[in-house]
Design a protein around this ligand. Sequence first.
Ligand SMILES: [Mn+2]
Length: 323
Amino acid sequence: MEKTTVITHMDADGVLSLATFLKYNRSIVKEEDTQKNHYTIRPSIYFTSPVNLLNTILISILNNRNVNNLDLLYVFDLSGTRESIISASIYKKVIWIDHHYWEIVNKPENIEFYIDHTSNSACRLVSKYFSVYDFDDLADEIDTNNIKTDYGERIRTIISYLRDENRGKSLSEKLYKFAEDLAYTGIDIIYDTYYESMIDLYKKRLMEIDEIIASSLNIYRVADLKVAVVTSDKSLPVYHIYNKLMDHKDAPFDLVLVIFYLDDVTKIEFRTQTKFNTRDLAKMFGGGGHILASGATVDGHITIDEILRDIEMRILNNNKRSL
Ligand SMILES: [Mn+2]
């Protein structure tokens, strides 16, 4: 029996990608059960973020004491680096599905890459891979911050609540349970009281978050750009800050920067309300992502002034080059 490991992004797109995989996986496990010649090994599931991907791959390898269990690894909604790709290739076979923008990398022959940065969500690509189309439209809605349905709104809120309330192992367990509920019970599970109460609680939490936004918001002119900066020492839902700032009297902002001062790192989230290319800026800080939404994590704490100065230099240099 083949052992499967899944590493997925800790956001809505990653959770819906996992739900898609779980639904597919259960259908093949059922088939094998009826053949009565198989026993099943539960897949190992890991949630992570781009900056922690390498560590997560290495931990997943260390957790398999038996090297024969390193059969098959799936990676969803996370872009690879030289180091993470080399580490993943320790598995016998790897299926890597993502919709972020990738730098050209060397591709080990035991890794199959399904990378399409024009896809609105990774879940859409995962759905195509497994031919399970339950969650792709919802993932598109949420990942592009273009909510159209009550389902999309609720799923986004539940995941924001879980991420706000939990850390580490308990967060992974809760996200896994949510993906399982979606896959095995179906999408209407989100109308259950267990999830309904999370949505109610998070509405109250959002009012507190609004106060944090209002009290930490600063607006700057950087080169010819209008820049809104929100800082926090705790993780906040960036979509909510973005949407909130859409109603600001000075909106739209060329750049919305959300700066998190966490333990020993600075996390910078880049968004734009005017289709400015944020990915180039994120790249400058060692990060990446999409044109309209990207992020970077920097060691230590860097100030707003330092960040804005780097951005200004970059824009002025670009302007010079295009003259
Ligand atoms: Mn995504």
